[in-house]
Design a protein around this ligand. Sequence first.
Ligand code: PLP
Length: 401
Amino acid sequence: MKKFDPSREIQYLKQFGEFGGVNPAITDSSTFTFLGAKTMVDTFEGEAEGCFLYSRHWNPMNKYLADALAAMEGTEAGWVTGSGMAAITCTILEICNSGDHIISSITTYGGTYAFLMNYLPKFNIDVTLVDITDLEAVKAAIRPNTKIIYTETLTNPLLQVSDIPALAKISNANNIKLVVDNTFSPMMVAPYSLGAHVVVYSMTKFINGKNDCVAGAICADADFINSIIDVNTGTAMLLGPVIDPLRSSSILKNLHTLHIRMKQHSFNAAFLAKKFNEVGMKTSYPGLPAHPGHDILTKMMNPKFGYGGIIAIDVGTAEIAANFMEAMQSKGVGYLAVSLGYFKTLFSNSGSSTSSEVPIETQKEMGLTPGLVRYSVGLDNDIEDTWTRIEESLRETGIIK
Ligand code: PLP
């Protein structure tokens, strides 16, 4: 069977500008005029195909971007948000009512962790954290009121691999929605085609790839997207985390180069992961055959995009990590910065930055060590030269001899 090719789906979209521009025109309007009063009423009732009402609901430029993302994901529909957190929180609040229960991977992005553990108790929504690679633990955590199994395809920052088809099977058998954050692996993995019900993204990362904005996306079937933007009850419509159409336009243009960028990120990361391994560093990269999730990811992957651009290594302590990262920055390896998916290499010490919301005890439980340095490997044309600089930094800071 021919595997799904997300880049092809985007390539064959026909999205023209108003005057034939090759890029769709930005509609710089928050509200829209109606030539007939009845059409406005019909639009409010969701019965006027092709009419726009108000840009918190839909703006034509946001629709172009959402359509392109839905094509990439193989979903019927999509919706774009002002941040990845908006996509995650709106999805969860749309599915869950007060008194419901969520099963989540214990390793998730720190902001998601904080939302699940610190914010949802306000609504009496309970969360059980599990090792998402332990399918028996997932099954054992199911309660009659469980509404969501939440995970990331590749978890942040430990790079555990979620077995999406297996989790989908468990979800379907128990009438639970499987929500997957695919931020680390766009193009590489298409979670919806593997059985996920809702796919969420921080587009801030690889999808946009320029670190010039914060944005998010939700991809799902049309019923779910329609429910989330329902004018009377939809979480996204009522909380209003919409993205500016000017920004959607620039993200859409960047989306068209995502397939090339993912290949280069993967190529460079695979090279560095191998080198880290060779010099004896404790290295987590799903492209290494020794990675516990390697075989599962290999089965789930769309061809040709590689194993992604994120690597985690362990240098021992947070103090050594700080010295090492400063050394790498001064040698031009990249920037000491949070976030990922940028054209330059970024590195950070997860325990003291993007996962600092996670209590130390839980960090220990999930296996997040204080000396973990997460790399988002850039698009460097000469990755051997980058390695030389990293190796010098490792030696200078006494990590290797
Ligand atoms: N999901 C993952 C995996 C992330 O790494 C992040 C941010 O770092 C988010 C979601 C949140 O996205 P945003 O910062 O765009 O709100």
